[in-house]
Design a protein around this ligand. Structure first.
Ligand code: ZN
Ligand code: ZN
Length: 254
């Protein structure tokens, strides 16, 4: 599978982008960065977006992705999220105050709604376009679920934002042919207290998480907070686990 990393940071400036990933050009995971780096034609090819949680750095471009659909001939955008996450998005974002509820608005070119919400039961795998998507709860400040995505005989785990966690590692360890794990290391080790308080990982706690992961696949640290990314990167190298890598904003073939 192809993984396009549109944003690999937990803060944004001219050179660093918020969390957003695209698999094989049609399945997105989080939408902190989406419209700001994709042409309208590329946006129209996205069939579904899985949102891990409602923090603004993971959904910043989502209202605009949905809005752009209105003037396109693409089918409805399918929005997947664990049900608690979906509730938060519907109550607080797509509520007619922050942004319209485009699931009730018909696109003129297709005669169909612009977006369809699909709330998922944590732990239960669904199949969409032949791709398996399993939402798995993680441990963050607010309701949050990562996803294990099985595509063309390969699988990839995205935790989204999380502190120390366990269920998603158990499920990852039981999934065949995991080719990559995308997790996070938000703060450097000298800000461990802040990482703990905000339910994020540092390189040190990422090292503890790596012991829970028995699959032999690269484990990418995303969501590095600028301006600490250099410290975080060197501390990840110092873990001396050959699986541990930093996630870069580029295209990967897995
Ligand atoms: Zn978060
Ligand atoms: Zn975040």
């Amino acid at each position: 599978m192809r993984l396009k990393v549109l944003g690999a940071y937990g803060a944004s400036d001219a050179e660093h982008n918020l969390t957003g990933y695209l698999l094989d050009d049609w399945l997105a995971v989080d939408a902190g960065t989406m419209t700001s780096k994709l042409s309208l034609a590329q946006q129209a090819r996205i069939q579904a977006v899985f949102i891990t949680h409602s923090h603004a750095d993971h959904i910043r471009d989502l209202p605009h992705l949905i809005h752009n659909r209105f003037s396109q001939s693409a089918p409805p955008l399918i929005l997947f999220a664990a049900r608690h996450v979906m509730d938060i998005l519907c109550k607080n974002v797509f509520n007619g105050l922050v942004w319209p509820d485009f699931s009730t608005i018909t696109a003129p070119q297709t005669g169909k709604p612009v977006v369809e919400y699909r709330a998922l039961m944590p732990g239960r795998k669904i199949t969409f376009n032949g791709v398996g998507i399993t939402p798995v709860l993680v441990d963050h400040q607010i309701p949050a679920a990562g996803a294990i995505i099985e595509m063309h005989g390969q699988a990839i785990t995205f935790t989204g934002d999380t502190g120390p966690t366990s269920e998603i590692w158990k499920r990852t360890n039981k999934t065949s042919n995991i080719v990559a794990v995308v997790t996070e290391a938000s703060f450097p080790n000298d800000q461990q207290a802040l990482a703990d308080e905000t339910a994020h990982l540092s390189p040190e706690t990422l090292g503890h998480e790596l012991k829970k992961i028995i699959v032999d696949a690269p484990v990418y640290a995303s969501h590095r907070k600028t301006p600490f990314e250099r410290d975080i990167e060197s501390q990840i190298r110092n873990l001396r686990d050959r699986r541990a890598r930093v996630l870069l904003e580029k295209n990967y073939t897995l």
